[in-house]
Design a protein around this ligand. Structure first.
Ligand code: CP
Length: 309
């Protein structure tokens, strides 16, 4: 089986079979990494460019490691020191990168839809590394990989996602992916950070943290974007933590073997208490580890498809 598209733009457009293919391939990549195989030939001769218009630690670095472990050439276009600063458009930037025989562009952009626009104008593969409030598909894939690895399945898992749902591309991609894979998703957060009619995505919605945590298999905190929210969507971070912060006592409401997740970066003491971040059932660092394997799998599957065209 192959991926249908040359690009990965979101999980809305990705089938359950394709998600399973990526997760299965990531399992193989993880096994290879466990054998210390960090110089493999799968992407030899391929050129990959990261085009990040927003800051990133995990996504950009894990894509770089994934590409290099598979033998590709990887280049980071530092947008803040590039001709984007002179006003070069996304289209012209994409054409310039294409003119250098690039096979894959990995893009993060503040505007939802920017990766799709680039993909429509670039002959190689485009991977969405986060676009505005729209999607962050590789984050959701690594989240699902982490859950599936721990529980052996995604079907019927009760996954509660807590925090700023309104601005979260991570939440949206997880909802599309998890519901396709048969999980039951509950979204919880302040009413001011809950999109209207979000139930139509096939999820439960609550503003009561206890309801969201009760019997959950997985609890995922989302980053509160301090710079955007305070005084507009939230009164204070202290008040947010009081009503929606996850701490050791509240975790007791969940299933005994609950997984604590967070896409990072975490604001300790806001979304999660420091004790919860470092608790035995926290898999936040494991998510980061799995991100490399998932991105290796994705790069391999997309470029393999490219070879067959
Ligand atoms: N989770 C995530 O996207 O982290 P970065 O912003 O560090 O890439």
């Amino acid at each position: 089986m192959k991926l249908r598209s040359k690009d990965l733009l979101g999980l809305y457009d990705t089938t359950a079979e394709e998600i399973k293919l990526i997760l299965d391939s990531a399992s193989t990549m993880k096994q290879l990494l466990a054998q210390n195989a960090k110089k493999m030939p799968h992407l030899q001769g391929k050129s990959i460019v990261a085009l990040f218009y927003e800051d990133s630690t995990r996504t950009r670095l894990s894509f770089e490691l994934a590409a290099k472990f598979l033998g590709a050439t990887f280049s980071n276009l530092g947008v803040s020191s590039s001709s984007v600063k002179k006003g070069e458009t996304l289209l012209d930037t994409g054409k310039t990168i294409a003119a250098m025989e690039t096979d894959v562009i990995i893009i993060r952009h503040p505007l939802g839809g920017a990766p799709k626009f680039l993909a429509d104008n670039f002959p190689g593969s485009v991977i969405n590394a986060g676009d505005g409030m729209h999607e962050h598909p590789t984050q959701a894939l690594l989240d699902m990989f982490t859950m599936r690895e721990r529980f052996g399945r995604l079907e019927d898992l009760k996954v509660s996602i807590i925090g700023d749902i309104y601005h979260s591309r991570v939440a949206r991609s997880n909802v599309w992916g998890l519901t396709k894979m048969g999980a039951h998703v509950t979204l919880c957060g302040p009413q001011t950070l809950m999109p209207a009619a979000i139930e139509q995505m096939g999820v439960n919605v609550t503003c009561n943290l206890e309801h969201a945590l009760r019997d959950a298999d997985v609890v995922m905190g989302l980053r509160i974007q301090r710079e955007m929210l305070q005084g507009v969507f939230l009164s204070t971070l202290r008040e947010y933590h009081r009503y929606f912060g996850i701490h050791e006592d509240s975790i007791r409401l969940c299933k005994k073997d609950v997984l604590i997740m967070h896409p990072g970066p975490v604001n300790r003491g806001v979304e999660l208490s420091s004790a919860v971040v470092d608790a035995d059932n926290s898999v936040i660092n494991e998510q980061v580890t799995n991100g490399v394997a998932v991105r290796m799998a994705l790069l391999y599957l997309l470029t393999r498809k490219d070879d067959k065209r």
